[in-house]
Design a protein around this ligand. Structure first.
Ligand SMILES: [Zn+2]
Length: 156
């Protein structure tokens, strides 16, 4: 999955880039023919009440917008959440028939409250698991302790 990240600060850009690399791998999106364009905006969460959003930009182009004013931990989790939505589009689980506004989940129209929508249930259930992969890498960089190895060897 080719990706373009539009961010002013290079540190923000490389954080997003690193997260996407891990999440693409975990969600098996590396070979997807879809293109992803990531936009950044500061203060979206406090102004509009959402930390991120994913939308179709074209038949094979997906857009993501992230609130980069979020603290790092929240941003990493938000990117994970939004990447699950990217996966839902890229794997055809979520579709917009004829490019219209209405969306179908596995071919069905769903009427539900935000937290009851199946695509949100999936995104919320996976965001922590995905983000923890990134937190482990950050831990390793800062402490020199490889927790991935420690857990593998330690628990059984
Ligand atoms: Zn969501």
């Amino acid at each position: 999955m080719d990706t373009v990240i539009v961010a002013r600060k290079s540190s923000t850009k490389s954080l997003i880039e690193s997260c996407l690399k891990v999440y693409k791998h975990e969600l098996k999106l590396e070979n997807s023919r879809y293109k992803l364009i990531v936009f950044t905006e500061r203060g979206m969460a406090s102004r509009d009440g959402f930390r991120g959003s994913v939308f179709k930009l074209g038949p094979k182009v997906i857009g993501m917008v992230l609130d980069t004013a979020l603290e790092m931990e929240k941003l990493i989790i938000t990117i994970a959440h939004e990447m699950v939505h990217v996966k839902q589009y890229a794997k055809g689980q979520m579709t917009h028939p004829n490019g219209g506004r209405s969306r179908l989940w596995h071919g069905k129209k769903i009427r539900a409250e935000y937290y009851d929508c199946p695509w949100e249930i999936e995104a919320f259930s996976k965001e922590r698991v995905l983000a923890n992969k990134v937190f482990k890498i950050i831990d390793k960089v800062y402490t020199g302790i490889d927790k991935t190895k420690k857990q593998k060897n330690g628990k059984k």
